[in-house]
Design a protein around this ligand. Structure first.
Ligand SMILES: [Cu+2]
Length: 130
């Protein structure tokens, strides 16, 4: 009988890697909370939004400011039930753009509509509370 040392080592390594990359936070835990009427500042890069989860406390108009901190063009659009309801234009690398959107209570999807960025991870969620 030989001890399966290499196998154990590999298993330990895989577990360590799995734990190290664990930064997924639930919609409530990692969400940024924002008061109605304030400006939502979002940073875009390849291929994510920061923050990617936002809770807006109150419906109505609010402003989005998108900083493109990546090296490709990005935008931030808001979708509700698959329909685009507003967002910033596509911004070249290093640019900042703003948009004013009018939202109702409910859930919206944040999405970058440039190329296949959404499939690569440029999505997020906006939850609007009463
Ligand atoms: Cu993008």
């Amino acid at each position: 009988m030989r001890p399966p040392a290499p196998l154990l080592l590999l298993t330990a390594l895989l577990i360590a890697v799995g734990c190290g990359g664990d930064d997924d936070s639930g919609p409530e835990g990692g969400a940024v909370s924002l008061e109605a009427g304030s400006v939502l500042e979002v940073s875009a890069k390849e291929y994510s939004f920061d923050p990617a989860a936002v809770v807006l406390n109150g419906a109505g108009e609010f402003r989005i400011r998108l900083d493109n901190d990546g090296s490709l063009a990005h935008n931030l659009k808001l979708r509700r039930d698959g329909d685009e309801v507003g967002g910033t234009p596509s911004l070249p690398s290093g640019d900042t753009g703003t948009a004013t959107v009018d939202v109702r209570p409910g859930r919206y999807e944040l999405i970058c509509t440039v190329g296949d960025h959404a499939e690569l991870g440029m999505t997020g969620e906006l939850q609007v509370k009463e």
